[in-house]
Design a protein around this ligand. Sequence first.
Ligand code: NAD
Ligand code: KPL
Length: 305
Amino acid sequence: MSTTWHILGAGSLGTLWATRLARAGLPVRLLLRDRTRLQAYQAAGGLTLIEQGQSSLHPIPGETCDSPQPIHRLLLACKAYDAEAAVASIAKRLAPGAELILLQNGLGSQDAVAAKVPEARCIAASSTEGAFRDGDWRVVFAGHGYTWLGDTAHPGAPIWLDELTASGIPHEWTTQILTRLWRKLALNCAINPLTVLHDCRNGGLQQHQCEVATLCIELGELLQCCGQPDAARDLQQEVERVIHATAANFSSMHQDVANRRRTEISYLLGYACNAAVRHQLALPHLQRLQQRLKDQLHLHGLPSD
Ligand code: NAD
Ligand code: KPL
């Protein structure tokens, strides 16, 4: 009998994982915040996945976070700023040897979660898949990508990776997950805030090449200083490649601001700027970028943390 996949966070990525695992015949249960959310979910009859214009309904069982059954495997699919509180809400349900897969972007939330559940195995993930919600309990699979998984404390791969393969979830186990997370963080710091400040698509940054290049130099210094030389390698070329390849897209941070949603700034630019301060590294352009972004978020009436 396979271990049940408990999924906390019935948003974009949580739904994308839940529906593909369930479609492969694996046991999946959704963890919902409270009875009201559970009733709303049950009324919808399940999660809907929209893929290449085709929608499919998946009647995955749901339960509230305070249900009594033990959790052996948890996919944490909420935003970075919700991760610590979300894990606290299910901590007492974790069985001995439980495994958590942390899908949060950026850095900082993974350590906060691990500190809350020291007995559990925490596996960090970095994903380039893309999905968005077009309604409650509905997700559109918008961009194929890859998910890297790794555990900074234990290099051995978990036994359930073949379940991801069976579910059609492209993934790779890596012993360098921190390097992956830092590299993505650096890309997000070089691109996303500027798209908010210039109110443009990613491709619009081709008009601001000097600004992007200056940030890449500072981010490279930071990565070196934080012991991440591999994440620093050819950073500027990679940033330029991503800007070109995603020219028509709005960055995730731009979309958050446009939709009046809280951003993950503290786990991206905020984390980078704090790391620089800790290492007594002066990165004036990055610090200034953080201040400009915070001012902009204030102007939009959004939280700046
Ligand atoms: P989302 O906002 O669509 O979904 C998060 C869900 O978690 C929401 O439904 C929210 O209600 C739920 N949640 C939060 N706290 C909860 C709690 N205590 N109990 C129960 N449910 C709770 O977010 P998302 O877009 O799926 O992003 C999740 C993470 O994945 C983020 O860090 C994001 O940056 C990253 N990511 C997203 C994408 C994407 O395409 N959406 C791609 C790569 C990485
Ligand atoms: O990951 C992204 C995001 O929007 O968050 C990039 C790759 C920077 C594309 O915008």
